[in-house]
Design a protein around this ligand. Structure first.
Ligand code: CAA
Length: 253
């Protein structure tokens, strides 16, 4: 594994995404490695809770890798969304043990979507969160249109998605996007405290509770999101949006 580094502390696993020079952006390798690491941890009877964190001081995850998908067709766009959802994001949501996102900086696009499918989220004071995909000529494709609405409600989710607004940890706490906010120094400790609260409980109860909580949500929206995400890869605006990011300029729509 080159992009995932796991530290085991008794019954807790701390999984770090290591792609710091690209702000831990999720390319295919990161997604595959994270997915297989989580599979190992799910099968390990000694592990009771998982924490996911980004490497460095700046980012949790700055989104899906824009460079990697910049030349994608409609079919490839839809497949990117479906594969990511099937192999990683939905797996995390349905993981048998609690997973906590420790948001240590930017959590944008796929990064916030990763945090949203975790069962709980804590963020450091420097964290910035948002779904800026509409500024790139696409939409959130890793479940954001569904899970942000579920988490913070229609009012805030719609504003965040349609305006690409980036919010700070104070606002995220206010709207219920995160469970707790703390200093960057204390972030892992706060996540560990949440983990401890789960570890003292029955593992079978936690597994069952996660399944029941997830039953609240209709999964059809996720498939619809994949199709819409793919369709946008056929537009001129998508080409303009990602070119503008890669050329470090503002898009002209
Ligand atoms: N994909 C690919 N590379 C990325 C990236 C991403 N999502 N985010 C950052 N990087 C790269 C930058 O290109 C840069 O690389 P170079 O040094 O080679 O130029 C490096 O990481 C450092 O980033 P910046 O120089 O941009 O750092 P900054 O401090 O000036 O800005 C930032 C930080 C505001 C987070 C900015 O990097 C940014 O806007 N990133 C993109 C955020 C975004 O739009 N995310 C959504 C992606 S689309 C998505 O996620 C789709 C989906 O739902 C499936």
């Amino acid at each position: 594994m080159t992009h995932i580094n796991t530290l085991i502390e008794s019954s807790l696993a701390i999984v770090k995404i290591e792609r710091e020079s690209y702000l831990n952006a999720l390319n295919k390798d990161v997604i595959e490695e994270l997915s297989s690491e989580l599979q190992v941890l799910e099968n390990n009877q000694n592990i009771r809770v998982v924490i996911i964190v980004g490497s460095g001081q700046k980012a949790f995850v700055a989104g899906a890798d824009i460079k990697e998908f910049s030349g994608y067709s409609v079919e490839e766009g839809e497949a990117l969304s479906k594969k990511g959802q099937d192999n990683l994001f939905n797996k995390i949501e349905n993981f048998k043990k609690p997973i906590i996102a420790a948001i240590n900086g930017y959590a944008l696009g796929g990064g916030l979507e990763l945090a949203l499918c975790c069962h709980m989220r804590v963020a450091s004071e420097n964290a910035k969160m948002g779904l800026p995909e509409c500024s790139l000529g696409i939409i959130p494709g890793y479940g954001g249109t569904q899970r942000l609405v579920r988490t913070v409600g229609l009012t805030h989710a719609t504003e965040m998605i349609l305006t690409s607004k980036i919010i700070d940890a104070n606002f995220a706490e206010k709207i219920g996007l995160i469970n707790a906010k703390t200093t960057q120094e204390d972030l892992l400790q706060v996540a560990k405290n949440l983990a401890k609260g789960c570890i003292k409980n029955s593992p079978k109860s936690l597994e069952s509770a996660i399944k029941c909580i997830n039953k609240n949500f209709d999964k059809n929206g996720l498939t619809f999101e994949q199709k819409e995400f793919g369709k946008l890869f056929g537009t001129k605006e998508f080409k303009e949006g990602v070119s503008a990011f890669l050329e470090k300029r503002k898009p002209n729509y």
